[in-house]
Write a protein that binds this ligand. Structure first.
Ligand code: C2E
Ligand code: MG
Ligand code: MG
Ligand code: MG
Length: 268
């Protein structure tokens, strides 16, 4: 019995050691990535923006470009999440905004993703005003994509509604990104200074299955947007059939591989 107990303990220790080695490795990888990102931001190298067209579904015309972060360091959501945990996202977001405004073709609005961490920074709206001025871009030519996560109060009870009001006053447009995949309260939505809803990508993917119950939700989101006077945008449109259904539901704008993948700006 003693021997069995001894063995079990030894095995347990092995497992702990095994687990710790994995944890250690994951931490080291994260640190290296963080350092890489910091260095990329300092040098202005190894980071760029890809642009994806956002199309008016009635006219087929491009009405805006969404700027999406690209880096050999890793996929954007991973870099952004990591940066958020270390507040590096403030510098990253600043870089993205400035670059997007700098590269923006004349007359075509640009849509920039904003992290909830940026919106909680009290100086953020002033920084946006400054960046617009520097790039000589009119406020209504900038769309900021905020996520539902920005609207949930943090552990100190703060949320981003103050920042949204300030940005609204500035004249920039605010769209709620990945709508339907978080926890927005419909009650709050009616009072928020937002201009549009971007339906989460997964919904468009679900429309590929005929009679999917998700279709009724998607139709409902378009109706909700209309009732609130908001622009309804659908993301992740990959085929004609999905496009036709979304048009039928009353979506105003759309985005997806069918219209164009994120890529470099075209000249002219
Ligand atoms: P998002 O803002 O919802 O961006 C849309 C994502 O869908 C992009 O992924 C885009 O490449 C992808 N996409 C576009 N059309 C299609 C389609 O037809 N089918 C499919 N399957 N996917 C499509 P990406 O570029 O990997 O970005 C992922 C997420 O990372 C973004 O989701 C956004 O939340 C975040 N992100 C990207 N760039 C930035 C940034 O500069 N700042 C912040 N805070 N977040 C960013
Ligand atoms: Mg990705
Ligand atoms: Mg977005
Ligand atoms: Mg989205």
């Amino acid at each position: 019995a003693d021997l069995a107990l001894y063995r079990a303990k030894a095995e347990g220790k092995d497992r702990v050691a095994f687990f710790e080695a994995h944890l250690q490795k994951a931490l080291e990888e994260e640190l290296a990535l963080l350092e890489g990102l910091q260095e990329a931001l300092e040098k202005g190298e190894g980071l760029w923006l890809a642009y994806q067209p956002i199309v008016d579904l009635r006219t087929g015309k491009t009405v805006a470009l969404e700027a999406l972060l690209r880096s050999p360091l890793g996929p954007p959501h991973r870099l952004v999440r990591l940066a958020e945990h270390h507040r590096l996202v403030l510098a990253l977001g600043r870089w993205v905004l400035r670059r997007a405004l700098e590269e923006k073709p004349k007359g075509l609005p640009v849509s920039v993703n904003v992290s909830p961490v940026e919106l909680l920074d009290p100086i953020y709206p002033a920084r946006v005003a400054e960046a617009l001025e520097e790039a000589e871009v009119l406020p209504h030519e900038l769309i900021l994509e905020v996520t539902e996560g920005s609207l949930i109060p943090d552990e100190r009870g703060r949320d981003a509604s103050w920042a949204l009001e300030a940005l609204k006053k500035l004249g920039v447009r605010i769209f709620l990104d990945d709508f339907g995949s978080g926890h927005s309260s419909l009650e709050r939505l009616a009072h928020l200074p937002v201009d549009g809803l971007k339906l989460g990508q997964a919904f468009a993917q679900d429309l590929k299955t005929p009679q999917s119950p998700a279709a009724r939700v998607v139709a409902g989101v378009a109706a909700l947007a209309r009732a609130l006077g908001l622009t309804a945008v659908a993301e992740g449109i990959e085929d004609e059939a999905t496009l036709e259904r979304l048009k039928g539901f009353g979506f105003d704008w759309g985005q997806g591989f069918l219209f164009g993948r994120p890529g470099p700006l075209k000249e002219g």
